[in-house]
Design a protein around this ligand. Structure first.
Ligand SMILES: C[S@@+](CC[C@H](N)C(=O)[O-])C[C@H]1O[C@@H](n2cnc3c(N)ncnc32)[C@H](O)[C@@H]1O
Length: 266
């Protein structure tokens, strides 16, 4: 298959579709990247013309799901930006001393599971009771998350004592990889969830992490998402965003937490 020609009109239709389905803001600078994603789906669906593929896509919800899955950026690794997680766990730990609780945590764009597993092992280390809901729009990353098998590269920031305690060497098909132990997995429920279109769960959480996904959204979408997530938190609950993200210049009701730029409180 040669290079793909995509008209301006088709590019606009496609970026509009991606925006309305996922909130992801694809600008013209991402044209080449988008073309490679289209080419991948054209090979899978065995449609040889880009125009035909786009018509097929626009009228087929299951293909839209697959396409959005391809368009997402899923980069993640264990103990990424861990300072804000450490701070949060410290506070929960202190709260637990005065009043023992089962903490409910939501990782709202969990990608391949590195983030919820990182939170889980640190919560276990502190002797805390908890459950984690870990969600993402992309089903392919959730499959990886549920398998819990990772390359050594991905776990290289995990402190060695934690690595020995909560991970094991993969065997069989997973030989050469690292596997998260079952005793960690049992704390996490992985589920598909679209931050833009799905109804926010009725249950209220002590902590919501929504890290390194809003960088792909524009301000109106980010504002909508953070205000939706606000309703998922208990009063006094923590909202944690990525280091490269900011709530400045957005309308919201969160209070910032002194000396912890990525953490907010309801
Ligand atoms: C770069 S990863 C971040 C993973 C993890 N939070 C971290 O910080 O390492 C961004 C994730 O956001 C997900 N995502 C993008 N748009 C989404 C949406 N509308 N709803 C839910 N998840 C979304 C992507 O599928 C991707 O897995």
């Amino acid at each position: 298959m040669g290079t793909i020609d995509i008209s301006n009109n088709d590019f606009q239709r496609l970026s509009q579709l991606i925006y309305s389905e996922s909130g992801i803001n694809i600008h013209i600078g991402k044209m080449e990247l988008l073309k490679s994603k289209i080419a991948k789906r054209m090979r899978t669906t065995q449609i040889s013309s880009c125009h035909d593929y786009l018509n097929y896509l626009m009228n087929n919800q299951s293909e839209i799901t697959e396409f959005i899955d391809t368009v997402t950026t899923n980069h993640s690794f264990f103990f990424r930006e861990n300072k804000s997680i450490q701070n949060m766990i410290e506070v929960l730990s202190n709260e637990n001393k005065t009043h023992a609780r089962v903490f409910k945590i939501w990782c709202a764009a969990c990608s391949t599971g590195d983030e919820p597993y990182s939170v889980a092992v640190q919560m276990i280390e502190k002797g805390l009771q908890f459950s984690i809901l870990a969600t993402d729009i992309a089903h392919s990353v959730l499959n990886t998350a549920m398998r819990g098998v990772y390359s050594h590269e991905r776990v290289k920031n995990v402190p060695i004592s934690i690595l020995h305690k909560y991970f094991q060497k993969g065997t069989g098909r997973s030989t050469g990889y690292i596997r998260v132990k079952k005793e960690v997995m049992k704390y996490i429920e992985f589920k598909k969830f679209n931050l833009i279109t799905d109804a926010i769960p009725d249950e209220k959480f002590d902590v919501v992490l929504c890290r390194n996904v809003m960088i792909y959204f524009d301000d109106p979408t980010t504002e909508k998402v953070i205000n939706r997530l606000y309703h998922a938190l208990k009063i006094g609950g923590f909202f944690i965003i990525g280091q490269a993200e900011s709530l400045m210049s957005l309308r919201h009701h969160f209070k910032s937490v002194k000396n912890t730029p990525s953490t907010f409180i309801k």
